[in-house]
Design a protein around this ligand. Structure first.
Ligand code: ADP
Ligand code: MG
Length: 280
């Protein structure tokens, strides 16, 4: 038996346009339609140009909502951007390499990025900025600290254990921040190994740490496991060692300087502040 939908229910002229949009799931378009129609009349747009214009409005709206959803799910601690990173303050960071990473080819090759260095040098800032670029380019990303990861894999709740490991395996980019502040139990160390092994050659990890590789044995409580984990993590990886001053302590440094030097540093920070207003 062939079934027909009466034209009057769906698309007859005079049917409520809002209902047609609703039926098609077009949510962005309705509020801007009167304005678009008016513009089309004034500019005498062709049917094709008008169709292109209205559908583009809907498409942009959908892309924006999808980005907002990816951004919420990524749980970035702050929306840092490369534009607000003062490379002149941290000369051991290669701006060229960071900009190349921001082109995101590392995600296509499942290359990892390790940002190593003492507190305050901008590791989390750079990790978040790269994650934000990835989200804006349409990739999925998730930010976690090693402490949160370690707690999640031991949690008995429905989102803990294997479920936590699965959700950490899925995003195209996983950021694991602050590796080194939490010593892991045997179970947690083995979960971290499983995660790195699962993502190996499938999805990139950006990892930040204040530890040298020699200290990973004591982090995981097992030298053999640490070697096997680092082997996978470093096989396809960019390692960025930042040997610089803490950005958080820059005002303290200013106070410690003789008066004539203070003026130089202050001028430098102010110039940078103007260039990078909105930092963080
Ligand atoms: P880390 O993770 O290495 O401890 P963060 O990335 O958390 O350091 O940096 C500490 C604060 O200083 C953040 O608010 C960050 O945005 C800012 N910051 C660090 N380095 C720079 C820099 N070179 N330029 C601008 N802001 C920076
Ligand atoms: Mg940090």
């Amino acid at each position: 038996m062939t079934l027909f939908i009466s034209p009057s229910t769906a698309s007859a002229p005079g049917a409520n346009l809002a209902d047609v949009f609703k039926g098609l799931g077009l949510n962005t378009l309705p509020p801007s339609l009167p304005h678009l129609l008016e513009e089309a009349r004034l500019q005498q747009l062709s049917y094709e140009a008008f169709l292109h214009q209205v559908l583009s409005v809907e498409l942009r709206g959908r892309q924006q909502r999808a980005l907002e959803q990816r951004l919420r799910r990524a749980r970035l601690p702050f929306p840092a951007r490369l534009e607000t990173f003062d490379f002149s303050f941290q000369p051991t960071v290669s701006e060229r390499l960071i900009r190349e990473l921001a082109s995101l080819t590392f995600l296509q090759t499942a290359t990892n990025v390790l940002l190593l260095g003492p507190p305050g040098v901008g590791k989390t800032h750079l990790a978040c900025a790269l994650a934000l670029s990835a989200l804006e380019a349409g990739y999925t990303a998730l930010f976690t600290t090693l402490r949160q990861l370690a707690a999640a894999v031991l949690s008995p709740g429905p989102r803990g254990g294997m479920a936590a490991l699965r959700s950490l395996s899925q995003p195209k980019l996983l950021v694991i921040d602050e590796v080194g502040y939490t010593r892991l139990t045997v179970e947690q160390a083995s979960a971290l190994f499983d995660l790195v092994a699962t993502r190996y050659e499938r999805g990139s990890i950006i990892l930040t740490s204040n530890l040298s590789f020699a200290e990973w044995g004591s982090l995981l409580g097992d030298d053999v496991l640490a070697t096997a984990l680092l082997d996978r993590l470093l096989h396809h990886a960019e390692v960025i060692s930042i040997n610089g001053r803490s950005y958080r302590m820059r005002h303290r440094m200013l106070a410690d300087q003789p008066t004539d030097k203070r003026a130089d540093i202050r001028n430098h920070s102010q110039n940078k502040g103007n260039e990078t207003s909105g930092a963080n």
